[in-house]
Ligand binder design. Structure first.
Ligand code: NAD
Length: 451
């Protein structure tokens, strides 16, 4: 505990020197972070292989590459974002100028999950640095090798009074949440998100919650079914489905459902072979508990593909389930694994109503060539973000923000949204002292009231 308090005190003292606020300091820190990620690439890949059996290509595509791209984007735009923003002054305030300036929050806590242990720590960190904050990172205990390497990388480039990794489980996390931070950025599950918000309320600390939930994928009858199946399989099987924005279940028009299932099976075979659990690049399920939970869900629908796992390697075959039991955990909880239930619908209205009745999802995917259907679904439902004719790829761009709504979270980050998330915006009115209109001052009278 004393160590934790000491780290925070040191960070606050360092923050109060004002050093982290200059443009030059922020750029230098981002550059150091970028160089460190590049030079530790082999260790990062090794850690991801150990913790999750992620392949080298997947590790680069979904973690290292995305972090580097984000840092480059922040560096390119930071100067402009830091400039004071002019705001039109209202006539009633004549003569005056209005403007907005940003300032860092101060000392920030970033709590990360295990599924993308580098991306989900370092991408928010880059935003926190760009905005001029000091930062404590609490990685997940379920990716221990990644947490160890993360700590090593950050210790090599930053003093702990500026950026510090505090590994540990939920007790450590709760003890950290009992401290006073100026901002909390949490990525994880909905139940823990609620705990974080409760703890933050004690200090009135602002929070961003990047949570999860069931992200639906609608396949409308006009869609290119073969392509839809390919992109759904890509999005569903990255990290063996352990992705917050993985398509959780499919709602397919009943006239194309059979064809879709056929192509889903086809692409599983093409991408992962006849027996995916022995494919060396196919990731494992993170823990025995999650392996058991997912194997239990196999019985909650009719198995159209897969349906088995290997307990020793904790790998579960990509599994397509038709006619799932809507009351079972498979359709009530976030799956977070390679099981894909397929439901069919009569009309698009039915599909829309099914989604609208449930908690607002983090992502929504729609496959269609029909503009009317696109408008009806993408405009008419509430969700964090999503894709038309693709899955997952909307979060791979620093030029777009990413975040949830309702139960899937609050706040947004990536690119400019990260800078804004980790900055407080001060709105300022600068009044001239040459003219002083008397209207607002006492004593009031009826003439003043009418002006
Ligand atoms: P989790 O909520 O169990 O853990 C997240 C972090 O919180 C970990 O660092 C953990 O140590 C800590 N924690 C766990 N229990 C705690 C408690 N009782 N009190 C305080 N801290 C606690 O989530 P997870 O299993 O690591 O990750 C999977 C979840 O995260 C899924 O629901 C997934 O959808 C979500 N997720 C969301 C995003 C996103 O960007 N929205 C990204 C990845 C994962």
């Amino acid at each position: 505990m004393s160590n934790m308090t000491e780290i925070l005190e040191n960070q606050r003292q360092f923050y109060n020197t004002g050093k982290t606020r200059s443009f030059a300091f922020r750029i230098k820190a981002l550059t150091r972070l970028e160089q460190a990620v590049s030079s530790y690439e082999p260790q990062i890949k090794q850690a991801l292989k150990r913790d999750l059996n992620k392949s080298s290509a997947e590790s680069y595509m979904t973690e290292i590459g995305m972090i580097l791209e984000e840092i480059a984007y922040l560096r390119r735009h930071l100067k402009k974002w830091m400039e004071p923003k002019k705001i039109r002054a209202p006539l009633a305030q004549f003569p005056s100028k209005c403007f907005q300036i940003t300032e860092p929050y101060g000392v920030v806590l970033i709590t990360a999950p295990w599924n993308f242990p580098f991306l989900l720590s370092l991408q928010p960190l880059a935003g926190a640095i760009a905005a001029g904050n000091c930062c404590v990172i609490k990685p997940s205990e379920y990716a221990p090798e990644s947490a160890r390497i993360l700590k090593k990388i950050l210790r090599a480039v930053f003093p702990p009074k500026y950026v510090c990794v505090i590994p540990g489980g939920k007790e450590t996390s709760q003890r950290l949440l009992d401290q006073t931070f100026d901002y909390i950025f949490f990525t994880g599950s909905v139940p823990v998100g609620k705990i974080v918000m409760q703890k933050a309320a004690a200090h009135l600390t602002p929070v961003t919650l990047e949570l999860g939930g069931k992200s639906p994928c609608i396949v409308e009858k006009s869609a290119n079914i073969k392509m839809a199946a390919k992109r759904i399989i890509f999005g569903k099987l990255l990290n063996a489905g352990q992705v917050c924005v993985a398509p959780d279940y499919i709602l397919a028009d009943k006239t194309v459902e059979k064809e879709l299932v056929m192509y889903l099976k086809y692409w599983i075979r093409v991408m992962y072979g006849e027996n995916p659990v022995i494919h060396p690049d196919y990731p494992s399920i993170v823990s025995r508990r999650h392996y058991k939970r997912l194997m239990g869900m196999m019985e909650q629908g009719e198995i159209a593909a897969g349906g088995y796992g290997d307990k020793k390697t904790r790998k579960i075959a990509p599994t397509i389930l038709r006619n799932p039991d809507l009351q079972a955990p498979l359709m009530q909880e976030e799956i977070f694994g390679p099981l894909l239930p397929v439901l069919s619908y009569e009309t698009l209205e039915d599909a829309k109503a099914y989604i609208a009745k449930r908690p607002k999802p983090l992502a929504l995917y729609l496959f269609t060539r029909n503009r009317q259907a696109e408008r009806e679904i993408m405009d008419g439902l509430s969700y964090g973000g999503g894709c038309v004719n693709d899955t997952i790829m909307h979060l791979a761009s620093s030029s777009m923000g990413f975040g949830g709504v309702g139960e899937s979270g609050m706040g947004s980050y990536h690119g400019k949204d990260s800078f804004e998330t980790f900055s407080h915006r001060k709105n300022i009115l600068k009044k001239s002292d040459r003219i002083d209109l008397p209207v607002r001052y006492m004593p009031y009278n009826t003439i003043k009231e009418k002006i």
